[in-house]
Design a protein. Structure first.
Length: 136
């Protein structure tokens, strides 16, 4: 804060019409996200959904978090933090390229589980010797 602020906070009041329009855009994008699930886009389904979610996150950050009206430094901090989150997640996901499903025998999803003994359901089991027959 500079000396000429005299301890007063800078408040920007966003007009209600702007907030309602952004809210309407968020609702429309939500409906678009749901509609995209009805269309088989193949491998593009996830990138399209992430793209729509990114647009929605940008709208929320700009208008509801007042980033559009704030100092540019705050936008730099937000973009840098998102960059580092993506960087760290990307580095962690690189490890999945070297996944060995045979490292722990029987633990990996690619290995079929051993066949379990089949057990008859409780209602079909034969009565124990000496036990009364059911219904008597």
């Amino acid at each position: 804060m500079s000396h000429d602020d005299q301890g007063q906070a800078h408040v920007h009041v966003v007009p209600a019409l702007v907030l309602l329009r952004v809210w309407g855009a968020l609702l429309a994008l939500t409906f678009v996200t749901v509609a995209v699930t009805w269309v088989n886009l193949g491998p593009l389904s996830v990138p399209v959904a992430i793209g729509i979610a990114t647009v929605k996150a940008i709208l929320v950050a700009l208008f509801f978090m007042h980033l559009k009206y704030d100092r540019p430094f705050n936008a730099v901090v937000l973009v840098a933090s998102i960059f580092f989150v993506i960087l760290f997640l990307g580095l962690a996901l690189l490890d999945t390229l070297h996944y060995r499903d045979d490292l722990i025998p029987g633990y990996a999803p690619g290995i079929a589980a051993p066949a379990a003994e089949t057990v008859a359901p409780a209602g079909d089991a034969a009565p124990a010797p000496g036990a009364p027959a059911p219904g008597h």
